[in-house]
Design a protein around this ligand. Structure first.
Ligand code: TXA
Ligand code: MG
Length: 343
């Protein structure tokens, strides 16, 4: 019997051993799209110097061309060939790279990056990921690797290769390969900071993420200027981090935040001890029975996906309150966006 070509079958599933990393690096260097694990979430990688490969990222994700991409590099030296680091930004890079921190700095003139990377901006977002698989891939590919999260635009970021491979909710059939390095340990996208403008201007937080604001501010020796509340669906061009529109990171289900307990018919996403009513919820998960915010971050996106699948169309997930400190701040940011009205 002839097998039907399912879209998913056209995306190769490669395990992240030495041979697999070498194969993925070869595909990247040849201009193909390859999803790969970082310590935060899976990224959709392409050679950042190739206009064609970078255009492929926007196409595969259905991403607006106004939303710039993060460039992943192997070390600070490589980052400095693309962006200009002042003393304060260099100190932070030395302290937190490799790690879940993206730094938005002025773009070096005549950098080799494809123009679509920065979406017409004069700045570039750079990151040295901590995942050994990601670092080996970048080194072996021998190029800067553009990588947004490997999900269709506006959807929940993938923390496992299976999420990327799914032909309906992921990118299965639309990209060359996924390098499978298992579940990502941090589970939330990187924290993004932008250099201050002018001598006395302070660093600005563009997105809370996998590196806590407390750790950043302690290292910077100053408070960071905060983003205002999630920006309503303004024209993306008007936003400093254009991906940070109010409705983003969205599962299909509706979310009801800071809930004491699930109402009849709702699914439940708990944190810490569950209320008695959780036992009657139509589906239930707990981000961390021990009320550990790092564990909750690691489980957030896979839990939202699982509850979404259990609920089907049109359901509601009631979510327990999450403390707004450490990674709880980024968890609450993603939950608020997932709960925002959809346009
Ligand atoms: O952890 C992460 O950051 C993951 C992994 C794969 O590294 N990547 C990721 O990329 O989350 P993405 O594209 O899903 O989110 C990147 C965010 C977007 O909101 C984008 O607008 C912003 O970074 N961004 C990128 N370059 C920028 C720039 N030059 N200025 C301001 N914002 C920028
Ligand atoms: Mg994303």
């Amino acid at each position: 019997m002839a097998a039907l070509a399912s879209p998913r079958n056209t995306t190769r599933h490669i395990s992240a051993d030495a041979a697999g990393i070498a194969e993925a690096a070869r595909l990247l260097a040849e201009g193909h799209l390859v999803a790969f694990p970082t310590e935060t979430v899976y990224g959709l990688g392409a050679d950042a110097r190739s206009a064609e490969a970078v255009a492929g990222i926007y196409r595969a994700k259905g991403r607006p061309s106004s939303n710039p991409l993060i460039v992943h590099v192997a070390d600070l030296r490589m980052a400095e060939t693309f962006g200009i680091f002042d003393a304060a930004m260099r100190r932070l890079a030395e302290r937190f790279w490799p790690g879940p921190l993206t730094m938005v700095v002025p773009l070096r003139e005549a950098s080799a990056l494809a123009p679509a990377i920065t979406a017409g901006r004069e700045t570039v977002g750079l990151r040295v990921p901590a995942s050994p698989v990601a670092l080996a891939l970048i080194r072996q590919a021998g190029c800067p690797v553009a990588a947004p999260s490997a999900n269709p635009s506006g959807r929940v970021s993938p923390t496992e290769a299976e999420h990327v491979l799914d032909p309906d909710t992921g990118l299965g059939g639309r990209i060359a390969a996924v390098l499978d390095g298992g579940p990502t340990p941090v589970g939330l996208e990187s924290t993004i900071v932008a250099a201050g403008r002018g001598a006395s201007a302070s660093l600005r937080l563009l997105r809370p993420g996998g590196l806590s604001l407390e750790a950043l501010e302690a290292a910077a020796g100053a408070l960071l200027a905060q983003p205002t509340a999630p920006v309503e669906t303004a024209a993306p061009e008007g936003l400093e981090a254009p991906g940070m529109m109010a409705s983003h990171y969205a599962p299909r289900a509706r979310l009801r935040l800071a809930a004491a307990a699930p109402e009849p018919g709702e699914a439940w996403l708990g944190f810490g001890a569950d209320p008695a009513a959780a036992a009657d919820a139509i589906a239930a998960r707990n981000l961390s029975e021990a009320a550990d915010l790092d564990e909750a971050a690691q489980r957030l996106f896979s839990s939202l996906r699982a509850l979404d699948t259990d609920l089907g169309e049109g359901g509601t997930i009631a979510v327990a309150p999450i403390p707004d400190r450490g990674l709880g701040r980024a968890i609450n940011d993603r939950l608020a966006r997932a709960a925002a009205p959809r346009s």
